[in-house]
Design a protein around this ligand. Structure first.
Ligand SMILES: N[C@@H](CCC(=O)N[C@@H](CS)C(=O)NCC(=O)O)C(=O)O
Length: 231
């Protein structure tokens, strides 16, 4: 079955920064599946109109269209049982908790730290859309929403307390090997890495070691991904 991923892109179409899209790219590699990817910019919503909604991530297979990264992950395991992303219903429940925690606690401090670098990585038409939609959402300018790197690192370090505790005793959130819970928590780090040179983690943080292991997965898929600046 041919798989096609609709993946958010920056001014440079090779720079794919969406944290939700990263979850699925790693999930596909985990299952040994490949997909072609189609870059989508914020102002290119026509490209995903067939999905009946306006957000990426969208996966199109020969006779299915699935949107929303969590639903895509469940669909992948149902459709391709090999190398499961979730080993049974309990794993689905626990990974869903990590997904929710990552979105509720980690996304915002990362966003505040990288927002101007993200903005500068967008295509000019997308910049206008991003500024007006996010300023409306946050009720303030991007510049006022942004925090400086030191404050950002402090907020991120506090948000990561439960992860740090778990990773003191195991290599991945899922145990000895990574799974979808890890991909959900890793998404915000790939979002940041794709567009911003700001270092989010202290070297001696166990989460730093986990992020290094995650970057190396699947032949360095995350580490070798194009960025909007020179690494
Ligand atoms: N729950 C969705 C969230 C997807 C989402 O929020 N995507 C953002 C990009 S990171 C988007 O498409 N935004 C489009 C817009 O703001 O117009 C998922 O997990 O796939």
């Amino acid at each position: 079955m041919d798989l096609e991923l609709f993946d958010l892109a920056g001014r440079d179409p090779a720079v794919r920064f969406s944290p939700y899209c990263w979850r699925i790219k790693l999930a596909l590699a985990h299952k040994g599946l490949s997909a072609t990817t189609e870059p989508v910019r914020f102002c290119d919503k026509d490209k995903i109109a067939f999905s009946g909604q306006g957000l990426v991530q969208v996966l199109r297979a020969r006779d299915s269209v699935v949107s929303d990264s969590w639903r895509i992950a469940l669909w992948l395991d149902e459709t391709y049982p090999q190398s499961p992303l979730f080993e049974g219903p309990q794993a689905i429940g626990l990974a869903n908790f990590v997904r929710a925690w990552s979105q509720a606690s980690l996304t915002m401090p990362v966003f505040k730290t990288i927002i101007l670098d993200l903005y500068n990585s967008l295509d000019p038409a997308d910049r206008e859309y991003f500024r007006s939609s996010r300023e409306k959402r946050f009720g303030t300018t991007l510049e006022a929403f942004r925090v400086d790197p030191e404050q950002g690192r402090g907020e991120i370090a506090r948000a990561l307390a439960p992860m740090r505790e778990a990773l003191g005793a195991q290599d991945f959130l899922s145990g000895a090997a990574p799974s979808f819970a890890d991909y959900c928590a890793f998404g915000p780090f790939m979002w940041a890495r794709s567009v911003s040179p700001i270092e989010l983690l202290a070297q001696d943080d166990p989460v730093h070691g986990w992020r290094e292991r995650m970057l190396d997965l699947y032949c360095g898929m995350g580490r070798n991904a194009p960025t909007s600046y020179s690494v």
